[in-house]
Design a protein around this ligand. Structure first.
Ligand SMILES: C[S@@+](CC[C@H](N)C(=O)[O-])C[C@H]1O[C@@H](n2cnc3c(N)ncnc32)[C@H](O)[C@@H]1O
Length: 705
């Protein structure tokens, strides 16, 4: 028999000093060693906080289980024993994850007990108790079963916490927030930087208070038949009131822009273009009629073609490893988890610091990192599903080349108001022309276009097969390339800056809208004119790109031309909030929901944008490609009869092969001469790359001089 590991002995000793008996320590320690892949630094850090946490949670769970089953709970441990453990655990929670968002706006104390099962190296399944934020006080108990490392071929590595594949019963809730469309920017392209968000706003209502915390349902997700009452997906979009500037540093660097974007100086860039004045046409894109059929380099060598195939472990802390603790059989280790709520700017900083420290493994305060990492890992980095069960499909992530993990963010399946945005979505505002209340079944199969189709332009945008019609799609693509703009007399973006320096409107891209049927329509949820609102249905995967763009999103299945991939989801901000955020955090370039701004009906304080750095969905991982990207964004009207608020949906602009990276043209103008705007060095690889052209021009002019 191998001599006892001195680290194990030291751990026992430390626990004994805290009054915890060896018998309680041993099984938990064994699990922890596996969970942390034998990384003793994490276990020992902060006087064995992780171990104490786990032991404590085991006890908690045992007690809860006993209570649930009506069984007499064993006598509580002496107060002296328990207190120090509680403190340790609570301190960690308080530091970053204790306050949970609720749809009601106030930090919620309510949590949804969700049972998940931790993967184990053997066949045993470890039940893990998680506490998820709820949209209200409702609690939805959800049981999840994690595959064991040996059992599930789909598990690339053992994940500390496995969220269950979504289900009809409704997913656990997620912290509410709302997306906004911004553009990616940033110097150097941080792989950890979050994302972008599209959304569009509608003409504000004159009576509505822009600052009203009114909650409006933004996006319904009809397909979750069971619809958890606590699911934020079905709840209004009002988020709690986090402090302004809650964007993680790395997230703030990622805002892609499509419809419109802000520069660091708050200059508007539409479709990624440099601020353009009505008189300045020089910066507009030239129309290119033939789209390049070239495909992105997509398949990462050695990556799994589908989530079903086992891939090398992407995360260093979660891979079980042989450890000489004991030869006892694996057993269940319940661990309590509290999911985070939107973090304050400071907390975001802390989190980002933790994440980057984890990556670099070059930290000054290992103890701090270690004490936070286990919570972070459990709640955020499930390699089997970044959505935490919020979507109908799982979206795994893989990284076969480095130890990097995806950036910290809160997965959110639908846009949610950050604070002041007023959406004014109500059934009473949806008139007869705005819905097809007398329709039945599937509108798309009808020979006559319904009212919704009329609003789309006289015909349905979707075919009976559920893809965007060729003609409609081609028009959208052409519009995005030729860039036709409208201009405000007084642009909400400029006036909301409130800096005494009113600049002319930079222009807002004209777009073709799709109007989908919705709840006030007579048709059913299966109606073919309800595509975007059903959410993601294709198999996607987040992966670390091999060409320096950081993380990217790819499809694991072949997608036909015109197929819906995902919506751009993020926080819904007013442009005023956006400016405030930009003051607090430089380099943020959100996307504007500016479809109606040129009409003059949108007041400054009602103009909206989307911001996906902190809260968003899989779209935050979509990288930019100049001109011949394989996705096109199309604004989609679902629940709002005007274009004050709307959704931005990504559809394939051509057939896409399985394993191809999904890309979107952020609309960046690499000729940007605004010194305050830091753009990443484009590595899209397109032969139309605007950055390459710019570089070539610079070289030429340099040589000429
Ligand atoms: C919306 S995020 C996309 C996801 C991001 N790659 C990540 O790792 O989180 C936008 C950021 O990705 C990087 N990026 C996107 N497209 C790129 C490109 N074509 N070339 C270089 N970097 C790119 C830039 O850092 C940009 O700020």
């Amino acid at each position: 028999m191998a001599p006892p590991n001195p680290k194990v002995k030291a751990a026992f000793r430390a626990m004994t000093n805290l009054g915890i008996h060896e018998s309680k320590v041993k099984p938990v320690l064994k699990k922890l060693i596996k969970l942390y892949e034998g990384n003793w630094e994490l276990i020992e850090a902060d006087n064995y906080t992780a171990l104490v946490d786990a032991i404590f949670d085991v006890e908690d769970n045992q007690q809860e289980d006993n209570q649930e089953g009506g069984v007499e709970v064993e006598a509580p441990a002496p107060v002296q024993e328990v207190r120090p453990l509680k403190r340790l655990r609570l301190r960690g929670q308080d530091s970053q994850f204790s306050r949970l968002p609720t749809s009601g706006g106030s930090p919620s104390s309510a949590v949804s007990p969700v049972k998940t099962h931790l993967p184990t190296s053997g066949s045993a399944v470890s039940p893990v108790k998680t506490h998820l934020p709820t949209s209200g006080s409702a609690v939805s108990p959800v049981k999840t079963h994690l595959p064991t490392s040996g059992g599930s071929p789909s598990s690339p590595a053992v994940s500390p916490v496995k969220s269950r594949p979504q289900t009809s019963g409704g997913s656990p809730t997620s912290p509410a927030v709302s997306p906004v469309k911004s553009r990616p920017q940033t110097s150097g392209g941080s792989p950890s930087s979050p994302a972008v968000s599209p959304v569009k706003s509608r003409p504000q209502t004159s009576g509505g208070s822009p600052t009203s915390p009114a909650v409006s349902p933004v996006k319904s997700r009809p397909q979750t038949s069971g619809g958890s009452p606590s699911s934020p997906a079905s709840s209004p979009l009002k988020s709690p009131k986090p402090r302004p500037g809650t964007v993680p540093e790395n997230g703030s660097e990622l805002q892609p822009q499509s419809p419109s974007v802000l520069s660091r100086r708050n200059a508007v860039v539409d479709k990624g273009k440099k601020p353009i004045s009505p008189l300045d046409t020089s910066r507009r894109r030239k129309s290119i009629s033939d789209r390049s059929p070239s495909k992105e380099q997509t398949v990462e060598p050695g990556t799994s073609p589908s989530p079903k195939i086992k891939t090398p472990h992407p995360y260093p802390f979660i891979i079980p490893k042989e450890e000489p603790v004991s030869d006892e059989a694996d057993y269940e280790v319940p661990i309590s988890m509290v999911f985070p709520e939107p973090l304050s700017a400071e907390e975001q900083d802390d989190n980002n610091a933790v994440a980057s420290q984890c990556r670099n493994r070059n930290v000054e305060d290992e103890a701090l990192v270690a004490s936070q990492v286990h919570v972070f890992v459990r709640s955020t980095c499930n390699p089997d599903d970044i959505t935490k069960g919020e979507e109908k499909v799982k979206i795994p992530w893989v990284n076969n080349s480095t130890n990097d993990i995806p950036p910290l963010f809160h997965y959110m399946p639908q846009n949610t108001v950050f604070q002041d945005a007023y959406l004014n979505i109500s059934l009473s505002r949806i008139g007869n022309k705005d819905c097809c209340s007398t329709c039945m079944g599937n509108c798309v199969l009808s020979s006559k276009p319904c009212s919704c189709a009329n609003k789309t332009g006289g015909d349905f945008a979707y075919t009976a097969q559920g893809v965007v019609k060729e003609e409609f799609l081609e028009e959208c693509i052409a519009n995005s390339r030729t860039q036709s703009f409208t201009y405000c007399k007084e642009c909400p973006l400029e006036t909301s800056k409130n800096d005494g320096c009113l600049e002319p409107c930079k222009g807002h891209l004209k777009r073709k809208f799709i109007k989908e049927c919705w709840s006030k329509c007579g048709c059913g949820n299966h109606c073919g004119n309800r595509i975007v609102q059903r959410g993601i249905t294709c198999n996607l995967q987040v992966f670390l790109t091999s060409d320096g763009k950081g993380w990217g999103l790819r499809t694991l299945e072949e997608l036909p031309k015109g197929a819906f991939v995902c919506e751009f989801v993020g926080e819904i901000l007013t442009v005023k909030e956006l400016h405030e955020r930009n003051k607090a955090r430089k380099y943020t370039l959100p996307i504007l929901l500016d479809a109606e701004w040129g009409s003059g009906v949108v007041k400054d304080n009602q103009a909206l944008c989307l911001y996906a750095a902190s809260y968003g969905n899989a779209a935050r991982f979509i990288n930019h490609r100049c001109l011949d990207a394989n996705l096109i964004e199309i604004p989609v009207e679902v629940e709002s009869p005007s274009h004050h608020y709307y959704h931005i949906a990504f559809f394939t602009s051509r057939k896409i092969e399985a394993q191809e990276e999904l890309t979107w043209d952020y609309g960046i103008d690499f000729d940007e001469d605004d010194q305050s705007l830091e753009l990443f060095k484009c590595k899209c690889g397109s032969r139309f790359c605007r950055n390459i052209k710019r570089t070539n021009r610079m070289v030429r002019s340099f040589t000429a001089a």
